[in-house]
Design a binder for this molecule. Sequence first.
Ligand code: NI
Length: 169
Amino acid sequence: MIHPIVRYGDPVLETPSKAVEKFDEELQTLVADMFESMYAAQGVGLAAPQIGTSRRVCVIDVSLGKNLEAKIVCTNPEIIHAEGEQREEEGCLSVPGFRGHVARPQYVTVRAQDAAGKEFEMRGEGLLARAFCHEIDHLNGILFITHLSILKRDMIKRKIRKLKKAGDW
Ligand code: NI
C-alpha cells in the first residue's frame, strides 16, 4: 500500500524511532509498503517515520527500482565505520522542493538486521554511503536541513512557513 509521505513540521520526523524487536508479518507489510511508497515518490531511500511509523526501519534502492539486487532493508541499523568525505547536494521526500549541500563520509559500513532479523554488515560508497547516513539520521529524528548552514536552514524554514500559510504544504 502506498502511504503519503509525512512532511517537515510533523513531530514524528524529529522523534527518535523505537528499535524493532519483532520480525513478524506486520514488519513484512511495513517493509513492502515502504518500498512501494518510496518508488511511487521516486526516492532512493525511505525511513519508517516518513510514513508515520516511529520504528527503526529504512529501505534504500539507489538504482530507483532498476536493479532488484539493489534493494536494501535495514532494521536497527548503525554506522560502525566511516571514512573520507563527499560534499553533494541532498534532498528529502519529507522536505520536497528544497536541496542543499551536505558533507557526508565517502564510505560507511553499516551493521543492521534484515527483514527476517538476520544480522549483516554492508559497506557503501558515494550515493549509497550518503543514503545510509541520511536514512539513519531519520531514525534518530534528524533531517538533512540540520546539516545546512543556519542561514540556508532558516531560509528553507521561512519558505515552508509561507507554503503552510498558503495551504501548499
Ligand atoms: Ni529523507
